[in-house]
Ligand binder design. Structure first.
Ligand SMILES: Cc1ncc(COP(=O)(O)O)c(C=O)c1O
Length: 381
């Protein structure tokens, strides 16, 4: 008999963490590494947010909160969705969580019984299939392709829908591709029938066309969102979900059992983020866009495949099949020889094998230096 439960033994690691840990090991030995594998903003949390957190501590807001989250924050989230997308959400449909990750786990837990299916794009954020498998559900993959900028094809999703399909997951802008789903496609996906789970954590980080929430097209949907990326608040662990009314009570019970409530101080900080940080966000976005434009030009010049410009988040997934069949080996080779951290495509699904994810959540100087090192190494490889 195993001492460790099967589900704990079988949950896969994040490969990007393997790369990061190897990078730290090299740094400890005195090497200088440029990190283009990172999945979090390089900016510090804006001051107005930190100030609000300090004020909340001074006021003694250091207790458990309502399990759905403080009402001020839930109302501000509803206001945000109404102002930005013109959709009406009731604060009773909002549940504030300790990051987007627990929200994702609770939505999956509320929707998926053992043997149920959830349709997910390949490539995808690694947690999606890992959480589904953890619950005994089955991820069903729909490939997306670089020639189309990794857009999901509603027709292919339809072909994968079966009697056990409970949900379709979309993530726009996407990690790892930076793809922004067009509103026409979201509308078609919303009309397919199964509940849509829309991970909107990279909303706000779009550099041209406007992003759309799933709630513009259907009520049969869950929204996942959070403060980690847009407001540079990864360490605050703050996210939220918007749920159809009939799911709120079951999810609230899970929250009470598993987490009690999200952190009180983080929630007050989140309120300030929504109310006061617009200018800071605009500044960060302008800087990301400058880096994005530079990186696109440069990687294309270096011979990596990137037929369509990524339009959102802070990632691009570039084709490196001309360099290696194994993105895992290639990423470690680049780290050890060129001293640049990149994420192997295989972390994001079989269909991303042969690709590398580059993040521009690093300064332009570091990006320039990282790509220079990479080019130099590849030229003499
Ligand atoms: C697509 C996507 N969803 C969810 C998360 C989780 O974010 P957090 O738990 O920090 O809110 C991430 C983090 O990288 C992500 O890329």
């Amino acid at each position: 008999m195993n001492r460790v439960a099967k589900r704990a033994l079988e949950i896969p690691p994040f490969i990007v963490m393997d790369v990061l840990e190897k990078a730290y090991e090299l740094e400890r030995k005195g090497h200088h590494i440029i990190h283009l594998e990172i999945g979090e903003p390089d900016f510090s949390t804006p001051e107005c947010i930190c100030e609000a957190a300090c004020e909340s501590i001074a006021k003694g807001e250091t207790h458990y909160t309502h399990s759905l989250g403080i009402i001020e924050l839930r109302e501000a989230i509803c206001e945000h969705y109404e102002k930005k997308y013109g959709v009406r959400v009731d604060p009773e449909q909002v549940l504030v969580t300790s990051g987007t990750s627990p929200a994702l786990l609770m939505i999956f837990s509320a929707l998926l019984d053992s043997g149920d299916e959830i349709i997910i794009s390949d490539p995808h954020y690694p947690c999606y299939p890992n959480f589904a498998n953890f619950l005994g559900a089955k991820p069903v993959f729909v490939n997306v392709y670089e020639e189309e900028g990794f857009q999901l094809r509603p027709k292919e999703i339809m072909e994968k829908i079966g009697p056990r399909t409970k949900a379709i997951l979309i993530n726009s802008p996407s990690n790892p591709t930076g793809n922004l789903l067009s509103s026409t496609r979201i509308k078609k996906i919303a009309a397919l029938g199964p509940t849509v789970i829309s991970d909107e954590i990279y909303h706000g980080l779009v550099y041209g066309e406007k992003e759309h929430t799933i709630l513009e097209f259907t009520d049969n949907a869950f929204v996942l969102n959070g403060f980690s990326k847009l407001y540079a608040m990864t360490g605050w662990r703050l996210g939220y979900l918007i749920s159809p009314p009939d799911f709120i009570r079951p999810i609230q019970k899970m929250q009470q059992n598993f987490f009690i409530s999200a952190g009180s101080v983080s929630q007050w900080a989140g309120l300030a983020a929504l109310k006061k940080a617009r200018h800071d966000v605009e500044q960060m976005k302008t800087i990301y866009d400058e880096r994005r434009t530079y990186m696109i030009k440069r990687v294309r010049k270096m011979g990596f495949g990137l037929p369509v410009e990524p339009a959102g988040a802070f990632y691009m997934l570039v084709n490196a099949k001309h360099l290696s069949e194994s993105s895992y080996e290639l990423a470690f080779e680049i780290l050890e020889k060129a001293k640049v951290g990149v994420t192997p495509g295989i972390d994001f699904g079989q269909n991303a094998e042969g690709y590398l994810r580059l993040s521009y959540a690093n300064s332009l100087d570091n990006i320039k230096e990282g790509l220079k090192r990479l080019e130099k190494y590849l030229n003499r490889r």
